[in-house]
Structure formats: C-alpha cells, structure tokens
Ligand binder design. Structure first.
Ligand SMILES: [Zn+2]
Length: 336
C-alpha cells in the first residue's frame, strides 16, 4: 500500500474517533450548539435517564417556523428513548387532532395535544377550545393562554402593537371565564402561556374558583412570564405546577440560535435554586425544544436531567418532576 493511502486511512480513522468523541448526538452542529453558553463539552450519556419521562412542551413540524422533526419523527424518537408521553405544542394551530394521528403511526407512546389561544385561533375564545377538545378524542388535554400574541410578550420583547390581555385592569375577561369553565368541566390542563406575572396570579385564582384542577405555569422562570421566586411560591401554594424548560438554559446573548438571543438565559443552577426553595413536588420538566440547530428534544431532555443530577437534584426529585407530576396532570397513572 502506498504511503499516501496509509495517510488517508489514518486521517479517516482520526476524524471518526474525533466525531464519535465530541459529536455523540444526531447532528454534529447540535452538539456544538447546545452548550455554547456554558462552554462545556458534551460527553455521551452514560445511561438513559429519560426512561419513563414525560415531555410536556415540545414543538414539531408542520409549523410556521422551521422545526427539526415532524410529529411522527418526534414521537418515534421519544419512543425509542423509552419516554412515556409527549405533549405537542404549536403557537398557531391546535395539536389535538395531530396527536390522534400520531397514535396510529407510533402507538407505543402516549401523545397529547392542545391549543394555544393566540390570534390564529381567534384569541381567548371558547369555540377554539371546544373544537380542540372534540378533535382530540381524549388526546386533547392542554389549553395554553396566549404566548406570542400576549400583550406582555409584545412588551417584554419590544414588539409593536397591543396584544391579548386576559385580565385588563386586573379584571378577568368574560370570554376568559367561559374558557376556564369549560376547562373545569372537562378536567383539562390550563397552561398560563406568556401573560404577565399579575395575570398569572389572577387567572390561577379565578381558575380555582371555577373548579379548574390542573394548572401549569408555562416556563415559569423565562422572560415571559418572568416570575419572581415569591410569585412562583404563590402559584405553587395555589396548587399550580411550575414548568422548567431546558431551552431556557440555551438562551442568552451568546446563543448560537438567533431566535434565542432576545431571551435571558436561565441557568441550571438558577433552576436548582428554585427547586430547592419551593420543592420538587411543585415542578414539571420539559424541553420546549424543536428549533433547527437546537439539540433534538429527547437528547435535550437527557442533558437536562443529567445536569440537574450533577448539580445535586436527587433521582427521587427527578422522578417527581419528569414522571409523577406530569402523569398526574395528564391523567396517566403514576406507577412507573
Ligand atoms: Zn414552546
């Protein structure tokens, strides 16, 4: 064999070893990107930490923005990772009927959907929720209050115009009341979306008065709603679960993804401090991943759990936040 052929072979071998060592995830770019903030090098996970876990907040194609996986691929990968359930979220359209279809193609994992009450579905309106519920055949479980069209979201991110308020001047809108009544009647899950901290408290109080039993504060520590520790404690005391999402840890000015640069980073350390102060029994874990060049959702979930454990969260606390609490919300039994 000629000298140059031996050199090429050695080079190929070296590149392969390098790739396997530093790019264990599906897309090498993702591996590079996902810890750009903390500048840590990702090692392949020693063991599967998300067996039986539930993903409560994840985005997939088709969508108006580009997503790394479609509904079927997302469910397939979550299933391969041994996850128990996923909840599909889309800012502009209902996902309950999509969950029904995914069940037919990927039957071994529970898939749920819901509707976000943004402008594309008419904002806060009972008809959109009734349609979601009817289309979902039992898999439509979640009603999110406005996200990208919430007035608070527009203000925080310096966008023009007026968005949707659920409690202008501190008073819950009648159409909001109608939606809350329906959620209570069908025992659905209310998620707070991107409304203001004041609205979060008001809507949780009103939801409770109307008999809503399942409430989640959407990515409680993110810019929107941007709850203080005291507000999070108040929500927890009212019986709402607080959601922590992995994508918040990838955000910030130096994020490799442009869409993440307008948001503040919420470090794992900050999340751990909140869990310590309030108690794991009040939290659920999600990723909120789905953008191109983000880690793929199941990989992100694995990294999330790994980091939380590294920073002192016990397996029992992980199980509460990733399995038991979300299973309770979704009406799945909590036996692992
Ligand atoms: Zn989201």
């Amino acid at each position: 064999m000629s000298f140059s052929k031996i050199c090429i072979r050695k080079l190929v071998l070296l590149v392969s070893v390098f790739c396997l060592t530093f790019f264990p995830y599906t897309n090498p770019l993702l591996a590079l990107s996902n810890y750009s903030n903390s500048r840590e090098i990702i090692q392949p996970p020693a063991k599967n930490l998300i067996e039986g876990a539930i993903e409560f907040h994840v985005h997939s194609a088709p969508d108006v923005t580009s997503r790394s996986l479609d509904d079927f691929e997302l469910a397939e990968r979550a299933n391969q990772a041994g996850m128990r359930a996923i909840v599909l979220k889309n800012h502009v359209t209902n996902t309950a009927d999509r969950a029904v279809l995914v069940h037919k193609i990927v039957p071994d994992i529970e898939v749920f959907g819901g509707v976000v009450l943004n402008r594309a579905v008419g904002g806060i309106n009972l008809q959109a929720v009734e349609a979601m519920y009817g289309l979902g055949k039992g898999y439509g479980k979640v009603v999110w209050l406005p996200t990208i069209d919430a007035d608070y979201h527009l203000k925080v991110f310096h966008k023009p115009g007026t968005g949707i308020k659920v409690a202008p001047a501190g008073k819950i809108l009648p159409e909001m009341d109608a939606v809350l009544q329906f959620i209570a009647q069908k025992n659905l899950i209310l998620e707070t979306g991107h409304i203001s901290p004041e609205e979060v408290i008001l809507v949780i109080q009103r939801a409770k008065e109307l008999g809503v039993k399942k409430i989640v504060v959407t990515h409680a520590m993110a810019d929107v709603p941007g709850l203080s520790l005291e507000s999070m404690q108040e929500c927890a005391a009212l019986g709402a679960f607080l959601e922590l999402v992995f994508v918040n840890n990838l955000m910030g000015k130096d994020s490799v993804i442009a869409a993440h640069r307008n948001w503040h980073r919420v470090s794992i350390k900050q999340m751990v401090e909140a869990i310590r102060a309030i108690g794991a029994e009040h939290f659920i874990l999600s990723t909120d991943l789905g953008r191109q060049f983000d880690p793929l959702p199941a990989d992100g979930y694995q990294l999330f759990v790994e980091e939380l454990i590294k920073q002192g969260i016990s397996q029992q606390e992980i199980d509460l936040m990733s399995k038991d609490n979300p299973a309770q919300l979704l009406g799945l039994d909590s036996i692992q």
